[in-house]
Write a protein that binds this ligand. Structure first.
Ligand code: BES
Ligand code: ZN
Ligand code: ZN
Length: 477
């Protein structure tokens, strides 16, 4: 990742960018008369990104235009940061000074976020000769408002996002459930959260019938990984629990998918988010107590695969008639939600690439959310969503939808009919909760097929910044 350093002074001859709200803020002394005139002309032509070639170095002027709402200004700045990054890469610039002396901290951080998050790529499987040098490598930030802790927290969040993206992008050829749990262990050692890995035998003892059923068609065993970060000065006495869907590959099982198999390694996107979040929170040493739960397996139509028509007894004793083996995520998450009860949690989130229906509803623009918490909590999450521009859309969990889950032979079945299947999936999960709970369907955003500015292509790490911001709000309430 690009390294950031706070500095008082940027050397005259280094490449730099000056962020300002208007031309009046520009320090004239930095430019020759004709350069200054050139900048004034460009600004009056409504240009916002103005590179000036000063022979030994580039000095770029970036004008910030505030929008009617602050969060929209921040998003425009993230995109502008990503554009700058592409420009630096074209110019093969290794090191850059960012000067934002009159710029508010949140705006400057948004700009830096666009640069750093935009620089991610997943090229570990390319041979050395094909790996281009990733530029730039360092950024020196000159600001009067920013403190070192801001940079440390910023870096923790970006690292968490990169880890989430890496895990989503990892193909099943290199990351089955066991390998995923080992990766989590390593990340825990690096950042400071503790890790306990439950193996198949322990999963059997816990009677996690949902996770075991989905795993039946696989030759690799399932895992259930528990992460914990508990700061000595936690603000919450009961933990917040995050459960992430860890389907390391979703073929659809016996209801074999007819399309989309090429990217179904991304069905562990919910797990990626939760892992990236714990990593970031631990690295930033936030004063909270949080738990991450990752049920993991692949879903395949192998020898003994769970079949449509099967009845599955879940960890909490509920019997479920499986009507579609491609609706597998809810089976493994339900067992994780049952497990969450033992913590007497303050609040539980589950994060999952759960339904194509959520994607069809909002496209690649938002996360779909459902829950039974007080209004205030959903409002906070909405605010965080705008703040980091990982926006959420809430769908209802009305009682009437329960009709769709009625089974002739078991307590419930795992799918409803043709309609509202994102909601029905939420209703299914609700069945396994007896605490305050929010379900986040990240199928719309977990994986992008074409690049979208700083979000990049492939795994996006969506949800890490959202939930980090939510936790931060919770700490500062
Ligand atoms: N992993 C998929 C959901 C998905 C689809 C994620 C597209 C990302 C992109 C999930 O397991 C699934 O297949 N869901 C089915 C449920 C259906 C059978 C009720 C779906 O949404 O089609
Ligand atoms: Zn599926
Ligand atoms: Zn799935």
């Amino acid at each position: 990742m690009i390294s950031l350093t706070l500095t008082q002074h940027i050397h005259k001859e280094s490449h730099k960018i000056i962020l300002c709200n208007s031309v009046g803020e520009l320090d004239k002394k930095l430019f020759l008369a004709h350069e200054y005139e050139y900048i004034i002309n460009k600004i009056s032509d409504n240009e916002e990104f103005i590179p000036v070639n000063q022979y030994s170095n580039w000095c770029i002027v970036q004008i910030i235009r505030t929008k009617e709402e602050n969060y929209k200004t921040k998003e425009a700045l993230r995109k502008a940061g990503c554009k700058l990054l592409k420009w630096l890469q074209d110019e093969k610039i290794e090191s850059l000074g960012v000067i934002g002396k009159s710029i508010r901290n949140d705006l400057l951080l948004a700009y830096l976020e666009g640069i750093v998050l935009g620089s991610y790529n997943f090229i570990k499987y390319k041979r050395n000769s094909e790996k281009q040098l990733i530029l730039p490598t360092e950024i020196n930030v000159c600001s009067s408002a920013m403190r070192r802790v801001d940079i440390l927290q910023f870096e923790a969040i970006c690292k968490g996002v990169f880890i989430a993206r890496d895990i989503t992008n990892e193909p099943v050829s290199h990351m089955n459930a066991v390998q995923l749990s080992k990766r989590i262990k390593k990340l825990g050692n690096e950042s400071g959260f503790s890790v306990e890995i439950l193996e198949k035998r322990q999963i059997e003892t816990l009677k996690m019938g949902g996770l075991l059923a989905v795993n039946k068609g696989s030759i690799d065993p399932p895992t259930f990984t528990i992460m914990e970060w508990k700061s000595e000065n936690s603000v919450n006495s009961k933990p917040i629990v995050f459960a992430g869907k860890g389907v390391v590959y979703d073929t659809g099982g016996l209801d074999l998918k007819t399309s989309g198999l090429d990217y179904m390694k991304s069905d562990k996107g919910g797990a990626s988010t939760v892992i990236g979040l714990l990593y970031a929170v631990a690295l930033a040493k936030l004063p909270v107590h949080i738990i991450g739960l990752i049920p993991a397996t692949d879903n395949r139509p192998g020898g003994n695969a769970f079949a449509p028509g099967d009845v599955i007894k879940m960890a909490n004793g509920t019997t479920v008639e499986n009507m579609n083996s491609d609706a597998e995520g809810r089976f493994i998450l339900a067992d994780a939600l049952t497990y969450a009860q033992k913590y007497d949690p303050e609040l539980v989130f589950d994060v999952a690439t759960l339904t194509g229906s959520a994607l069809r509803t909002v496209g690649h623009q938002a996360l779909v959310v459902m829950g039974n918490t007080q209004r205030e909590i959903i409002d906070k999450l909405t605010e965080s969503g705008n703040n980091v521009y990982e926006r959420i859309v809430e769908l209802p969990l009305w009682d009437e939808y329960n009709e769709l889950l009625k089974s002739d032979i078991a307590d419930i079945k795992n799918i409803g009919g043709e309609y509202a299947s994102a909601i029905v999936a939420g209703k299914f999960l609700e069945h396994f909760t007896d605490y305050q709970w929010i379900h986040i369907d990240i199928a719309p955003m977990g994986y992008l097929h074409k690049s979208d500015s700083y979000r990049g292509k492939g795994g996006t790490g969506y949800g890490v910044r959202l939930l980090f911001d939510f936790i931060n709000q919770h700490i500062n309430k």
